[in-house]
Write a new protein. Structure first.
Length: 256
């Protein structure tokens, strides 16, 4: 059970210097605090006062971070994903003797972690994320779905499932020739951009549908229903695209 903590429970400290790490910043769920990762510590800033209200020093080197995510069941918990597929779970908010709650490593055979998508269950033991799969550039995998099958291209992105308890790792979908991607705020829509400026749309099933199907089939390891549909979209303009976003609607809008 999460412990309620306010900014008044923390001690105001003066911090200066330090090197910010790429992908090392996230807002608290209530929007009041900014959690910032430096090379050797984590700092929490109040957005109302712009002052550092907490500093967490851990014997960890916070480099090569690929993504940060807050727990959906306890917003005091922060997941730190590294591009070497290690994951650090810690408590950024509550006063504890040791803020580190868990550490685990994900099999790298499906590539290195680029972006966390969502948890697949309420216990947060099943994860879905996007990887950069360089191992999928020379051979094709007939067991996985594949979009835009050009096996000589090095820009391969995989949607990967991982179970913390069983260590099961499974590539759900591979998108080849991928130069950029974006995930909707509700985590149900993904859009991938190919090097030919074509778009690959992926819609994930709602978690309630996935859990219902699993219960009906009495199979908790069946991940075949994670993806609801995929669609290829031809984009006639060849102007370089540097950023993209996709909306939450059932028929989503893509901004390029």
């Amino acid at each position: 059970m999460a412990v309620s903590t306010s900014a008044n429970d923390w001690k105001l400290t003066v911090n200066s210097g330090g090197k910010l790490v790429p992908n090392g910043q996230i807002l608290s769920q209530d929007g009041k605090f900014s959690i910032v990762i430096f090379k050797s510590q984590i700092r929490v800033y109040s957005l109302s006062t712009r002052q550092c209200i907490r500093s967490i020093k851990i014997d960890k080197n916070f480099i090569n971070i690929s993504d940060l995510i807050l727990s959906t069941k306890n917003t005091s918990i922060l997941y730190i994903f590294y591009n070497n597929n290690k994951v650090l779970v810690l408590n950024w908010k509550d006063k504890t003797i040791d803020p580190i709650l868990n550490e685990f490593e994900i099999d790298s055979s499906n590539g290195s972690i680029l972006k966390f998508i969502r948890f697949q269950n309420s216990q947060e033991t099943e994860l879905l994320f996007i990887t950069n799969n360089t191992s999928n550039t020379s051979t094709s995998n007939n067991n996985n779905n594949s979009i835009n099958n050009n096996i000589n291209n090095k820009q391969v992105k995989d949607i990967v499932y991982f179970n913390i308890d069983t260590k099961q790792t499974q590539s759900i979908l591979s998108i080849k020739n991928c130069s950029n991607f974006s995930v909707s705020i509700n985590k149900n829509h993904l859009i991938f951009l190919t090097n030919k400026n074509d778009l690959e749309f992926v819609e994930l099933n709602d978690l309630s549908i996935i859990n219902k199907t699993r219960n009906n089939n009495n199979n908790n390891n069946n991940n075949s229903n994670i993806i609801q549909r995929t669609k290829q979209i031809k984009f006639i303009f060849k102007t370089p695209i540097v950023s993209m976003a996709i909306s939450n609607e059932p028929d989503p809008i893509v901004a390029l």
